[in-house]
Design a protein around this ligand. Structure first.
Ligand SMILES: [Fe+2]
Ligand SMILES: [Fe+2]
Length: 310
């Protein structure tokens, strides 16, 4: 079994429950199925955040999360782009909002928390804190200073450099006219919910796409940042008192800090990626807060991994 990344790391079973996180399980990929099968809590009351890109099909995602829910006291999910790609389910035609709603319905049925459920409160060590899975998508707004002032210019430049996410063809925003419009609607609805939280409580914000642009600055193909988030959430870590922002999507596991907030990229990624780290990443301990500094082994300075290929 794969216990969480050790903190303090002596290999002993933790005495207290922990809030753990992982993302980008891409469970259908050969080599990752075994990793998912081995994911296990260290303490019977551990919670597990799964921050998107579980798999590409509704049945597969529901199957993986139901399995994890049997092992962990609570499982919180937020969608990645892979969950939303159309045409990945045999005999199914859901797209866009309808597809997202189908996930919410299926996952609720197996006891998994979704972005459309009340945000749970972590009362374990490092708490109390509201744990909020968010679905805010992206709007091509990252990279404005690097790739042109308008989204159209940025997209044109990315396409000229042959950097185009598969989302352009398969992530249908229906009934919204565009992914930007869907993103704007989700941001508005989500910020209204976050504004209504008890202001005396800190949060843990969870999103597949990073809520702030800075993690995209080390991408080997920086134009890929267009598909990585929205500047509309750039101040959410401060505005909503985040102890940590948990995200994935980049397949570059690391920890950075902005002000008082840890940004934790918790992806597993594809086997060819995690093999570079000597083995699959384990779930990261989000709460209680780890000792200051990078988790080990951190991405070395200047080391750049390619963005996801699809
Ligand atoms: Fe991914
Ligand atoms: Fe992704």
């Amino acid at each position: 079994m794969l216990p969480p990344d050790g903190w303090p790391g002596d290999g002993s079973a933790p005495q207290e429950p922990r809030l753990l996180a992982i993302s980008d399980l891409h469970a259908a990929h050969r080599g990752n199925e075994e990793v998912v099968a081995a994911l296990a809590p260290g303490h019977p009351d551990d919670w597990l955040i799964v921050a998107g890109d579980v798999a590409d099909g509704i049945d597969e995602v529901a199957g993986v999360l139901a399995q994890l829910r049997e092992r962990f006291a609570r499982v919180l999910w937020t969608p990645g782009n892979h969950e939303l790609l159309a045409g990945k389910d045999a005999g199914r035609a859901e797209r866009g909002v309808e597809r997202y709603d189908r996930y919410v319905e299926r996952l609720r049925a197996v006891g998994v928390d979704t972005p459309d459920d009340p945000y749970p409160r972590w009362e374990g060590p490092g708490g109390p804190a509201i744990v909020a899975p968010l679905f805010t998508l992206y709007d091509y707004g990252f990279g404005a200073t690097r790739f042109g002032a308008t989204a159209a210019e940025r997209l044109e430049r990315a396409k000229a450099g042959r950097v185009v996410a598969v989302d352009e063809y398969l992530l249908d925003p229906a009934p919204f006219p565009s992914r930007e419009a869907w993103c704007a609607a989700r941001v508005a609805a989500t910020s209204a919910r976050l504004d209504a939280l008890d202001p005396s409580l800190p949060t843990v914000l969870v999103s597949h796409w990073p809520l702030h642009e800075h993690p995209t600055e080390i991408l080997r193909h920086p134009e890929f940042s267009l598909w990585c988030g929205t500047p509309r959430t750039a101040d959410w870590h401060e505005r909503y008192r985040a102890l940590a922002v948990v995200y994935g999507h980049l397949h570059i596991p690391r920890r950075t800090t902005l002000g008082a907030t840890r940004f934790e990229e918790v992806s597993l990624g594809y086997p060819r990626e995690w093999r570079r780290f000597g083995g699959p990443r384990r779930p990261r301990v989000i709460l209680p807060a780890p000792p200051p500094g990078p988790f080990a082994p951190d991405v070395p300075e200047g080391f750049k991994l390619p963005p996801p290929r699809d």
